[in-house]
Design a protein around this ligand. Structure first.
Ligand SMILES: Cc1cc2nc3c(=O)[nH]c(=O)nc-3n(C[C@H](O)[C@H](O)[C@H](O)COP(=O)(O)O)c2cc1C
Length: 210
């Protein structure tokens, strides 16, 4: 199939959303954990987490506009603190269910059965069942005028990963950690590492490490 700008503009909106949501390739599947100042917790599945840099360690995420309340966005802007938890293949259903529009008083933790895990002096809950958990502090918030979305840039201040998935060089083996990948808004994939490549240099051919 070949689609032009005109074809894309003329597409039925759900068809266009499904297509454009999947053309960027596999996306990470993460649960973002937050709490408000009254201690009400919130959990939302978010596929837009991207790496911005490692020094300082920055991750960005995009919160889309919505006619209804955005609990994750409000909580992050108010407390400047949130957790990012990898979706593990054992709790895909519960993770997906966090996308449902629960009222603010109803925590997605209670609604889905996923358990809160608190770390001292950190004001956002982590997901107990997740094997990879990150704690972030908000460093920058940009409202993107082009499509009314919110770009949230956070610094990674806590990292909790299984020791047996962590290589001597610091690289995490995500497939060993049971982390799943996402396509579009509904398709969850298992992953398998095919190859690890050495740092590319112009005067050397591509070299596989393992
Ligand atoms: C697979 C999947 C990925 C999603 N990724 C995002 C995302 O990156 N950004 C976003 O704003 N909403 C995303 N959503 C929608 C939110 O999960 C949903 O709006 C949720 O209700 C937000 O909860 P909150 O209002 O409690 O923050 C995604 C939904 C699904 C099913």
């Amino acid at each position: 199939m070949h689609f032009t700008e005109k074809d894309i503009a003329a597409m039925e909106s759900r068809y266009r959303a499904a297509l454009i949501n999947s053309v960027s390739g596999f996306k990470p599947a993460n649960l973002v954990g937050t709490a408000d100042h009254d201690g009400n917790t919130n959990l939302a599945i978010i596929s837009s987490v991207v790496h911005l840099g490692s020094n300082p360690p920055l991750l960005a995420l995009i919160i889309r506009p919505n006619p209804v309340e955005r609990h994750t966005l409000d909580n992050i802007l108010n407390t400047r603190c949130y957790s990012i938890n990898h979706v593990h293949h054992t709790f895909i259903e519960a993770a997906h269910q966090t996308a449902a529009r629960y009222p603010k008083e109803q925590s997605e933790f209670t609604a889905t059965g996923l358990q809160e895990h608190w770390v001292e002096e950190f004001a956002a809950p982590f997901v107990l069942e997740a094997s990879v958990r990150l704690g972030l502090e908000l460093r920058e918030h940009q409202h993107l005028r082009i499509n009314d979305t919110h770009l949230l840039i956070g610094e990674v201040v806590l990292v909790d990963v299984p020791s047996d998935c962590l290589g001597d060089d610091g690289a995490l083996n995500l497939s060993a950690a049971g982390t799943v990948a996402l396509s579009g808004l509904d398709s969850y994939y298992e992953t398998r590492r095919l190859r690890r490549m050495a740092y590319a240099k112009p005067d050397q051919p591509p070299r596989a490490l393992e």
